[in-house]
Design a binder for this molecule. Structure first.
Ligand SMILES: Cc1cc2nc3c(=O)[nH]c(=O)nc-3n(C[C@H](O)[C@H](O)[C@H](O)COP(=O)(O)O)c2cc1C
Length: 195
């Protein structure tokens, strides 16, 4: 065996989405984020377009998100769907966490690669990021509230029309119990064709 398969299997299965309100107040360091993101860049991608773009908000930069995102949620949500509790939760999440990476896809200018494949490559990148975060003992969470897909969000991030914002990646030290999860058995999701 070239790598420690039991450790890697444990890492993969023990990765959990941990909501930011579960994080302690301990701050994530820039060096940790640099390794997390660098590992993100080692994801597979069709045509080597490397479509992932990471917008990191931390330290004083967090204020920019705090000032923008809750108001964006309010302005992009029809009145009948708007929930004050969600608005407050977003505000308190942003006030609580020490770093958020906004996950983006920058479309290859040649347009040779189908858009869904560029999005898939970014999703692979996020998985690398999550596994690296967990290996550090950090918790993380990929969140995709509807307003992140708005033109206002693109403008805020300096994205072009053809690019996409794909989510908010919260990262922090876990403050409570590590969540448990489950998966459907392999038989349920697999068909074997052997003859
Ligand atoms: C593309 C993507 C978007 C997600 N968006 C949200 C979200 O908006 N809110 C949320 O609570 N969880 C979100 N999640 C996390 C899932 O809820 C979580 O992965 C799922 O419940 C399985 O739990 P686990 O990640 O701990 O295994 C997202 C996950 C993915 C892959």
């Amino acid at each position: 065996m070239k790598y420690n398969l039991s450790e890697i299997t444990h890492l993969i299965r023990n990765r959990r989405s941990v909501a930011p309100e579960q994080y302690s107040s301990r701050k994530v360091h820039r060096e940790q984020l640099e390794l997390i993101l660098t590992n993100g860049t080692w994801a597979p991608n069709h045509g080597m377009t490397q479509p992932w773009r990471y917008k990191v908000f931390m330290e004083d930069g967090m204020k920019k998100l705090e000032d923008f995102l809750p108001d964006l949620y309010r302005s992009k949500t029809p009145a009948e769907k708007f929930k004050e509790s969600k608005f407050e939760r977003l505000k308190s999440r942003l006030a609580h966490v020490s770093a958020v990476v906004v996950i983006c896809m920058e479309r290859d200018k040649s347009g040779k690669i189908p858009e869904n494949e560029e999005i898939e490559a970014v999703a692979c990148s996020v998985q690398n990021m999550m596994l690296t975060a967990v290996a550090y003992g950090l918790a993380c969470y990929w969140s995709t509230p509807g307003f992140i897909y708005s033109d206002e969000m693109k403008q805020f991030l300096g994205l072009q029309d053809q690019d996409r914002c794909l989510g908010l990646f919260y990262v922090g030290y876990p403050g409570g119990e590590w969540p448990q999860s489950h998966r459907k058995p392999l038989e349920y999701v697999t068909e074997w064709f052997t003859e």
